[in-house]
Design a protein around this ligand. Structure first.
Ligand code: ADP
Ligand code: ZN
Length: 445
C-alpha cells in the first residue's frame, strides 16, 4: 500500500508532522546512523560517565561505521542515573536547559532528566505524531487526566495535544466526579490516563448514572503501566471507545516513544529519535528477530541528556513484517511485563499480567484486583483479592461460591500454583489515580 492510500483509509486527516513515519527504510537507517554518530560524540565529549565507559571498552565515537556497531557501546542503567543524581548525566549547561522532570523510581532518590528547548520540541513532535497515529486531529477535545508536575505524563500529553491543534482540558489526575462531569458537559472525544484510572472512572460514572458509552468519547490513549489485551477488550466494550496503548519512559523523554496505530497490531516506535534494540537480559546479546527480550533504547537527538543503550527492563519483541497502515516505523508488542516485576512464589515465577489475564477470562469479573504476598510458617502464600460486580455481590451464597471456585481454578491453571482467592465487595480495593500498585509484598513485614 502506498502512503497516500494508507492515509486515505485512516480515520484522521494527514498530520504533516507525521511525514517521518513513512520514510523508506534505507533513508531512515541513514538518518539514524548520522544522528547516532553525533549523539555519541556529544555524550563522549560532555558526559564523563559515558566517556569513561567507552574508554573501558576501548571504543571511540569515530569507530561507529554502521548501525550494527552500536552493539559495541556500553549499556546505561537506572543505577547510573541514581549514582549521578541529580545532574551528573547532563550534557548541556544549565543555561541551555529549559525543563527538568523527575520520576519517582521505586526506591529512594528520584531520577532527574533535563530538556533543552530543542528537546522539548522533539518531545512535542513525537507526541503530536502519537496522537495522529491513533486517529486524533484538530477538533478533538482531549481530557488530559495524566498527572501534571514532575511526572512526564501530564505535560508530555499536554504539549502534544496542543501541537496537534486539538483542544486540551488540562484536568490532571484525581477528583473523579469532576472528571466525569467534564467528560460529559465538555463533550470530550478523547481521554489520556492510565488504564487502571480509566477503569475507576468507568465505575464511578456507572454509580453516577452516566453511561460513558453514550457520550461522544471515542478514543482512549492509555499508558504508563502494563495492561493486557483482555483489559483493552473489556474497556472498549464497556466504554464504546477505541483504546490505544502508548509507551514511554522518563529516562528517554517521557510518553511518546511509541504508540499503536489504528491497526492495533503493535506499537510503532518513533525510530528517527529513539533507536530500539531487544536483548537477552542475561547475556546482553541481541535476540533473534521476533523473539522476546528486554528493550534497549538510544536517544538519537536528545541534547541535554543523551541516553546510550538504556536498559528499560521492559520485556517485548519486535513485530515482524510491515504494518497495513503504511508506516515504515518498526513495531514492538505491547509491554507484557518488566523484567523486575516478577515475583517468585514457592519457586514459581509469577507476573501480575498473568493474574489479570486469568481473572478477565472468567465471566462477570471486574478487573479490580490486588495481589498480596505473605509468609506463613516460612511458606510463601499468594492471595488474590478480587472485587465482585454489584449484581454478583447480591447473588446467593451458592453463586458466590461457584464464582470463587472458578477464579481459583483459572488462577491455578494459569500460574501453575495454588492461589488463595478472596472475593471482596464492590468498591473496597484502593483505587489509583496514576499507576496502579498491583502487588503488596508483605513477606518481610
Ligand atoms: P512515564 O511518565 O512515561 O510513566 P516513568 O518513567 O514513570 O514514565 O515510567 C516508565 C515505565 O512505565 C516504563 O519503563 C514501563 O515499565 C512503564 N510503562 C510506560 N508505558 C507503558 C505501557 N504502555 N505499557 C506497559 N508499561 C508501560
Ligand atoms: Zn501501523
Amino acid at each position: 500500500m502506498n502512503t497516500v492510500t494508507a492515509l486515505s483509509t485512516g480515520a484522521a486527516p494527514f498530520q504533516p508532522e507525521s511525514a517521518p513515519d513513512y520514510l523508506p527504510a534505507a533513508i531512515l537507517r541513514e538518518l539514524q546512523l548520522g544522528r547516532l554518530r553525533s549523539i555519541v560524540e556529544r555524550a563522549w565529549s560532555a558526559v564523563p560517565l559515558h566517556r569513561s565507559r567507552m574508554k573501558e571498552r576501548g571504543i571511540e565515537p569515530g569507530d561507529l561505521q554502521s548501525l550494527e556497531d552500536i552493539a559495541a557501546l556500553p549499556f546505561t542503567t537506572k543505577a547510573d542515573l541514581r549514582d549521578t543524581y541529580p545532574f551528573g548525566l547532563f550534557a548541556s549547561p544549565m543555561r541551555d536547559i529549559v525543563r527538568l522532570h523527575a520520576s519517582s523510581g521505586t526506591t529512594g532518590k528520584p531520577i532527574v532528566v533535563a530538556y533543552t528547548r530543542e528537546d522539548v520540541d522533539v518531545w512535542t513532535s513525537v507526541m503530536v505524531r502519537s496522537f495522529a497515529t491513533c486517529g486524533l486531529h484538530a477538533g478533538d477535545i482531549v481530557q488530559n487526566a495524566y498527572g501534571y508536575g514532575l511526572f512526564t505524563g501530564g505535560l508530555g500529553a499536554h504539549y502534544g495535544a496542543e501541537g496537534l491543534g486539538a483542544t486540551v482540558i488540562p484536568i490532571s489526575g484525581g477528583n473523579t466526579d469532576r472528571q466525569i462531569m467534564v467528560m460529559k458537559d465538555f463533550k470530550v472525544t478523547a481521554i489520556c490516563c492510565t488504564p487502571s484510572y480509566f477503569l475507576h472512572l468507568l465505575d464511578r460514572a456507572a454509580q453516577m448514572e452516566v453511561n460513558v458509552a453514550e457520550l461522544p468519547l471515542r478514543v482512549g490513549v492509555f499508558g504508563a503501566e502494563p495492561w493486557t489485551d483482555s483489559l483493552r477488550r473489556h474497556i472498549e466494550a464497556a466504554a464504546g471507545i477505541k483504546a490505544y496503548d502508548i509507551y514511554g519512559l522518563t529516562e528517554i523523554t517521557g510518553p511518546g516513544v511509541g504508540i499503536e496505530c489504528v491497526c492495533q497490531a503493535g506499537l510503532h516506535i518513533f525510530e528517527d529519535h529513539f533507536y530500539p534494540e531487544i536483548i537477552d537480559p542475561d547475556t546482553g546479546r541481541l535476540v533473534a528477530e521476533g523473539e522476546e527480550g528486554e528493550l534497549v533504547l538510544t536517544t538519537l537527538s536528545k541534547q541535554a541528556m543523551p541516553m546510550i543503550r538504556y536498559r528499560t527492563r521492559d520485556i517485548t519483541a519486535f513485530v515482524p513484517g510491515s504494518c497495513p497502515c503504511g508506516r515504515t516505523l518498526r513495531r514492538i508488542r505491547r509491554i507484557s511485563r518488566r523484567s523486575d516485576d516478577m515475583f517468585i512464589i514457592r519457586g514459581v515465577n509469577v507476573f501480575p499480567s498473568q493474574v489479570e489475564t486469568a481473572l478477565l477470562a472468567v465471566e462477570g469479573m471486574l478487573p479490580h484486583y490486588q495481589i498480596i504476598l505473605t509468609r506463613e510458617a516460612g511458606l510463601d502464600q499468594l492471595e488474590v483479592q478480587v472485587e465482585v460486580t454489584p449484581p454478583v455481590a447480591s447473588d446467593r451464597v451458592a453463586a458466590l461460591e461457584s464464582l470463587h471456585n472458578k477464579l481459583a481454578h483459572a488462577l491455578s491453571q494459569t500460574l501453575g500454583l495454588r492461589v488463595k482467592v478472596r472475593l471482596v465487595a464492590p468498591q473496597t480495593l484502593k483505587r489509583s489515580e496514576g499507576k496502579a500498585q498491583r502487588v503488596l509484598d508483605r513477606r518481610n513485614a
